[in-house]
Design a protein around this ligand. Structure first.
Ligand code: AKB
Length: 332
């Protein structure tokens, strides 16, 4: 049905009054589509524009608006923000830790230059900006158990360096220009899908998948390598809650969030409760091991729980139950 310009204006205007108009970059990664589904349920299907440089599946196109967006192209981003009438920008585009080490120039381009475009766009158009940070923003000199919000941060990956840069730039733009910048430091996020971005914590997702498909997994980490982890639903619930928190409640702009910590040995023991014959071979990968050894063992998130009510629902037992059920359904 043809819409007259005034009707289009009414639709826009209504949605601006009742809800939020949101753009998500890097939307076809592990978190984007799930977060978009939650935001669309709350603010309306058309209110969330998912973007990425990848070709979307038919399901993605069916679920709501999707556009190609290269975060290195400032003018194109500007056009999207103006045309969508965006209020919030959620910026997921990034090369993760392991893949970043394999292509440092590209990681610098996407994770640092791209972020500059995003900060400037958000600032120029008065958007609320969310940029996830990570356990990878810490390094060997940081306290490991627990790792608090404020402590020494000297990461040794380009991914971590770029994330510390993003945290500091965001805080600076907030102080200097009043940008409503918000960042959560995510642990390894666990979901039953294989849209992974080349992270060090991805082994945990792959372990479930291989347990169900071949009964065997070759792990690139030592069995006692402990890292903070979180179920994707807890990550999404907290991200939404954090984004909706009134500014005056935020005592800081960057918060750790946590749920559980486990080692490859511990998660394989959980899987063995379902598949007793499951076998893991540990074959050290120096790149992955070096990264994991420099990261926190246990993440402290008292400030997030106190200031805006972060909580988690999934522990390791519930997580394993969810992963087994979910992957099984997909594979049946
Ligand atoms: C990675 O492993 O690189 C990410 C992260 C913890 O930020 N999943």
């Amino acid at each position: 049905q043809h819409k007259s310009p005034s009707m289009t204006f009414q639709v826009r205007h209504q949605s601006a009054v009742t809800g939020k108009r949101i753009i998500i970059t890097g939307g076809l990664g592990q978190i984007g589509q799930r977060l978009a589904a939650h935001l669309r349920a709350k603010y309306g299907q058309e209110s969330v524009l998912l973007t990425d440089v990848k070709k979307p599946t038919k399901e993605v196109l069916k679920d709501g608006p999707y556009e190609y967006a290269d975060i290195l192209d400032y003018n194109q981003l500007k056009r999207l923000v103006v045309n969508h009438g965006a209020d919030w920008l959620i910026h997921f585009s990034a090369l993760l830790s392991a893949v970043g080490e394999q292509n440092v120039p590209l990681a610098v381009k996407v994770n640092i230059n791209g972020l500059h475009n995003i900060l400037n766009i958000a600032n120029d158009f008065g958007l609320r900006l969310f940029v996830p940070s990570t356990i990878g923003a810490f390094g060997v000199d940081s306290p490991k158990n627990p790792t608090p919000d404020f402590c020494i941060q000297r990461p040794k990956t380009i991914y971590g360096v770029a994330k510390v840069h993003a945290e500091l730039m965001g805080e600076y733009y907030k102080e200097r220009f009043g940008l409503d910048f918000r960042s959560l430091r995510y642990p390894g996020i666990i979901s039953a899908d294989l849209q992974l971005g080349g992270g060090t914590t991805d082994y945990a997702v792959m372990m479930f998948y291989h347990a169900l498909t071949s009964g065997h997994f070759t792990c690139g980490l030592r069995p006692d390598t402990r890292m903070p982890m979180m179920h994707i639903d807890d990550c999404i619930t907290s991200t939404l809650k954090f984004m909706e928190t009134p500014e005056e409640k935020l005592k800081q702009r960057v918060y750790n969030i946590s749920a559980m910590s486990f080692t490859p040995q511990e998660i394989s023991d959980e899987i063995k409760k379902y598949i007793p014959e499951f076998q893991v071979t540990y074959k050290g990968n120096p790149l992955l091991q070096g990264i994991a050894d420099s990261w926190p063992d246990v993440f402290e998130d008292v400030n997030a729980r106190r200031d805006w009510g972060h909580y988690h629902h999934y522990d390791i037992t519930r997580l394993a139950e969810f992963m087994m059920d979910n992957f099984k359904q997909q594979l049946d």
